[in-house]
Design a protein around this ligand. Structure first.
Ligand SMILES: *Cc1c(COP(=O)(O)O)cnc(C)c1O
Length: 234
């Protein structure tokens, strides 16, 4: 069995959960307030099935096409969309995923809003914050945030539940802390101003999820630390 094989996954889930719990307690938070989302891109359904059997219930996928057969193969799992969503895949994504973490443009918001109104059930989303204003990244820059939130709050087909961020590469986990703090502050201060309850914070990945939990993350998206390195480029 290879080192990323079936034997190790239960231990890794337990270890990550333990580290999440300790980070939560350090910050005076309840460990139960943090959901571990297995970032499962490139990993086959068989690996996910093993993880599900070991108690990992929520998976985050980056591509609708890749996710679709995995979702069909794993009844009982819950699915979040965490990648960049093309508008022509929005309808399928809204059907398949219980939460879209990566709402990154007003055009996508309008497409999802229409779908939500059509089906009579708002589409749950998180708003992606491009916290360092990186040109290479999707999401809304801090400067445009107040206006964007007000605009989103007016779309009845969307249920805006919180914020998501991927901080710029910083080299060590502590370097990400100020970005997580900024996003948490946005949720706290700008949510109510726009009439939104931004209770969910999706932040933290394999290298920095403990810092993210200390700063208020309710959803951590962990891939490599759970499933091992990815064999294929994204
Ligand atoms: C792949 C991915 C992750 C997980 O990254 P790791 O460093 O492997 O934990 C988290 N969030 C998003 C959006 C991703 O695409």
């Amino acid at each position: 069995m290879n080192p990323e094989g079936l034997g190790g996954i239960a231990e890794r889930i337990a270890e990550i959960r333990d580290r999440i719990a300790r980070a939560a307690l350090r910050a005076g938070r309840s460990p139960a307030a943090v959901t571990l989302v297995g970032a499962s891109k490139t990993k086959p359904a068989a690996v996910l099935r093993e993880a599900l059997a070991a108690g990992l219930h929520v998976f985050g996928e980056n591509r609708v096409q890749e996710a679709e057969p995995k979702i069909a193969a794993l009844p009982g799992a819950r699915w979040h969309f965490i990648g960049r969503l093309q508008r022509n895949k929005a309808r399928r994504a809204a059907e398949l995923f219980e939460l879209i973490h990566s709402l990154d443009s007003l055009r996508l918001a309008e497409t999802l809003d229409l779908l939500g109104r059509e089906r009579g059930r708002p589409v749950p989303v998180l708003v992606e914050v491009n916290v360092a204003g990186e040109a290479s990244k999707g999401g809304f820059a801090p400067a445009e945030f107040p206006a964007v939130l007000r605009r989103l709050a007016a779309l009845s087909g969307l249920q805006v539940r919180g914020l998501m961020t991927i901080p710029p590469p910083v080299g060590d986990p502590e370097g990400a802390r100020p970005y997580f703090q900024t996003v948490a502050r946005f949720a706290r201060e700008q949510g109510p101003e726009a009439g939104l309850d931004l209770a969910e914070l999706s932040m933290g990945m394999s290298d920095d999820f403990e810092v993210a939990v200390e700063e208020g993350a309710t959803l951590v998206r962990v891939g490599t630390a759970l499933f091992g390195s990815r064999a294929f480029p994204e």
